[in-house]
Ligand binder design. Structure first.
Ligand SMILES: Cc1ncc(COP(=O)(O)O)c(C=O)c1O
Length: 472
């Protein structure tokens, strides 16, 4: 138990509530009771962390959560201050009682032990702002939630997606070229249905995203697996005449790393010369922690031979099941026919609220905040791996994504470690599980996928202690 002169509360380590949530609750309660006045300055994160005996990133996570909820404001260099609490209350018309705390996820929200990969931290989700946005759409234009979206999705969201990719990915597109999908996985499946017929060859990265092989087999297509070198996927052989190639150039899944500019150009050249299509799966590109964002390949190509896929699963929520596909102008009609045949899967319900959330800037506030928190967690995990696990393997630091790959140099098999870790309650994935074609080269893919986004430092540390015991 640690007392602090500022807020006078103690951390209860025996409670099941995460430490950062305890800090949030204490500040919320003091804001609501008036114990902290409007404009009050919060203790600096480093000092407060020392006072409480917790890591600084735990305090940063808590403060950032409260920024997202509208309790605190932050300004570079001047710290965090309490802002108007009244402004963040939900309108009564929404039917939500004032004392029901939408700022916190329900207590029964499933939590997983480290190191589940690729899932955002739903404790950081801006519940209150999202509820306000949904309530506003319900009040102002309730039909907007149910509008038939013409197969391609709500116009406002398609417009917001165009603005987003122009700003973040260097892609210039019109809303007519955008299809709102039920996540990136649905977008990939739509592409395969629209662009390939049974017997066609499809080039896939190996190792790669496992559902793709299933889609290809289920549709009677033939997979042409592409090996990877330091520059990214290696081009398909011309004799194989692949109809399309599905690539993750900004952040290869699952290895990480970006495709070199020269290799991108070679792929685009290949697509032009062979009349093939490139499908750029940009599933987590918003999570780049250093340097400039790597522009999308589809932007270079001006959407001539490439299609672009993005997802809201990583930035926002897996459960929302929303993503998007951006088409070359020349393919819009082809996809219209295909969507009519197979039907759209994306729910229309969240599309207008999401469009409003993006247009109002709330989406970007959330994105900036989770990026800061994930960057800290990633830094912590990498430093702990370098410090304590050097005898067993190493990580390449790609400064991106939601998981790191720990490549094993010891003589243990990744699957064995994952099985032993599962018995201890950890969630680990073996790198070899993403290899499609078991060749000599694939033996090199012996490693562990360690997701870090959903876990604070204390949780990561607990997972690492268990993992260390397994290695030792
Ligand atoms: C390479 C790749 N593409 C697509 C997806 C799926 O994204 P969504 O949840 O939007 O379907 C993932 C999920 O991890 C992925 O790793």
């Amino acid at each position: 138990m640690t007392q602090t002169p500022w807020l006078g509360f103690s951390i209860d380590r025996s409670s099941g509530t995460p430490v950062f949530e305890q800090i949030c609750s204490a500040i919320r309660a003091r804001a609501a009771s008036g114990a902290m006045g409007l404009g009050s300055k919060l203790p600096p994160t480093r000092v407060f962390a020392t006072e409480l005996g917790v890591s600084r990133s735990t305090v940063v996570t808590a403060y950032e959560q409260l920024v997202a909820e509208g309790y605190l404001s932050s300004q570079q260099g001047s710290g965090y201050r309490l802002c108007a609490v009244g402004e963040v209350e939900l309108p009564q018309q929404s039917g939500v009682s004032a004392d029901q705390d939408l700022a916190s996820p329900p207590q029964e929200m499933p939590t997983s032990r480290p190191f589940r990969a690729g899932t955002p931290d739903m404790w950081l989700f801006p519940y209150r702002q999202w509820a306000k946005t949904v309530a506003r759409v319900c009040r102002a234009d309730p039909q907007a939630m149910f509008h038939g979206t013409g197969g391609f999705g709500a116009w406002a969201l398609r417009q917001a997606i165009c603005d987003h990719v122009a700003e973040w990915r260097g892609i210039s597109a019109r809303p007519e070229q955008v299809i709102v999908t039920a996540g990136a996985t649905d977008a990939l499946s739509i592409c395969l249905h629209a662009l390939a017929v049974a017997g066609d060859r499809v080039a896939l990265e190996d190792p790669g995203y496992p559902p793709l092989s299933h889609f290809v087999t289920a549709q009677g297509l033939r997979a042409d697996y592409l090996r990877l070198d330091d520059s990214g996927a290696i081009l398909p052989s011309r004799s194989a005449a692949a109809r399309l190639a599905i690539l993750t150039p900004s952040h290869q899944f699952p290895l990480g790393g970006a495709m070199s500019p020269a290799r991108r150009m070679e792929f685009l050249q290949w697509a032009r010369e062979t009349d093939a299509w490139i499908i750029e799966d940009d599933y987590d590109s918003e999570f780049r922690y250093a340097g400039r964002p790597i522009p999308a390949m589809a932007g270079f190509d001006r959407l001539q031979r490439s299609l672009y896929i993005g997802s809201f699963s990583k930035i926002f929520s897996n459960a929302l099941r929303l993503g998007y596909l951006i088409l070359p102008e020349s393919l819009v009609q082809v996809f219209q026919h295909s969507i009519q045949r197979f039907g759209p899967l994306a729910s229309s319900m969240p599309q207008q609220p999401l469009a409003d959330f993006i247009a109002s800037g709330e989406f970007y506030r959330h994105l900036r905040r989770v990026r800061r928190v994930y960057a800290e967690r990633r830094r912590y995990l990498l430093s702990r791996l370098a410090q304590d696990f050097g005898a067993y393997g190493f990580c390449h630091d790609h400064q991106a994504g939601m998981q790191v790959v720990f490549h094993l140099t010891c003589n243990q098999r990744d699957r064995d470690i994952c099985a032993a870790a599962a018995a201890q309650g950890l969630t680990l994935e073996a790198l070899s599980g993403f290899v499609q074609r078991q060749t000599g080269a694939s033996i090199a893919h012996n490693g562990l996928l360690l997701g870090f986004c959903g876990y604070n430092e204390a949780e990561l540390e607990q997972g690492l202690l268990i993992l260390k015991r397994l290695f030792d």
